[in-house]
Design a binder for this molecule. Sequence first.
Ligand code: G3P
Ligand code: CA
Length: 241
Amino acid sequence: MTQIFAHRGYSASYAENTMGSFIEAEKAGADGLELDVQLTKDGEVVVIHDEKVDRTTTGSGFVKDLLFKEIRKLNANKKGLKKEQIPSLVEVLEWLQTNKLICNIEFKNGLIPYEGMEEKVIQLVRKYSLSERIIISSFNHYSIVYSYRIAPEIETAPLFIEGIYMPWIYAQSIRAKGIHPKHSAMSDNILFNTMENGIAVRPYTVNKEEDMHRFFNLNCQAFITDDPVKALRIRKQYEKK
Ligand code: G3P
Ligand code: CA
């Protein structure tokens, strides 16, 4: 059965990439989470999508120019009532020990080549013994190949925004066990062929009901959605079959 990964947590209803959003995704029954990581000025791995804190928090400036203690003062739930801090990856990994969720960690190191990010994340994943429940992805494919080299036990998956020719050949060549394509960038035929060749397919970001039906029918390994509750409701129809 196609797994449901909550994109930046249950971000359709809660502030993205916050503990509140992750906890609600788990409560709702999602199989996994997707989250984004950047590095602070003092080298802490923090969970935030943009290179700057401006869009999602009460602060301003680049994550790379702020100390972790400064980052923690910001409110990552600008529109809500309850204050949410930008989580550290440590906080998320500790919490993951209390449940069975899969966690897709996306390295946001395409624009800023955070030195040492791969080592830091891998060291933490190993420390918390979570290697089997983590999937590392990135649009920066050099970074995920490097991750594989230093931690072959942790699954990797390149992200694609456009279709590529025979993606399973590419995935095999970089020793990735899966690919995470933009959902509209992959035909049924290519998706089917990729899975037939032993590569998991987890499209993003699947929010419309008709698209969710498409991927449940194709029985791909997972899809990434802002609305795990909607996806779980639709999946029930397939579980009865
Ligand atoms: O991991 C899938 C998706 O999150 C990639 O795009 O911009 O939402 O991080 P973005
Ligand atoms: Ca992401």
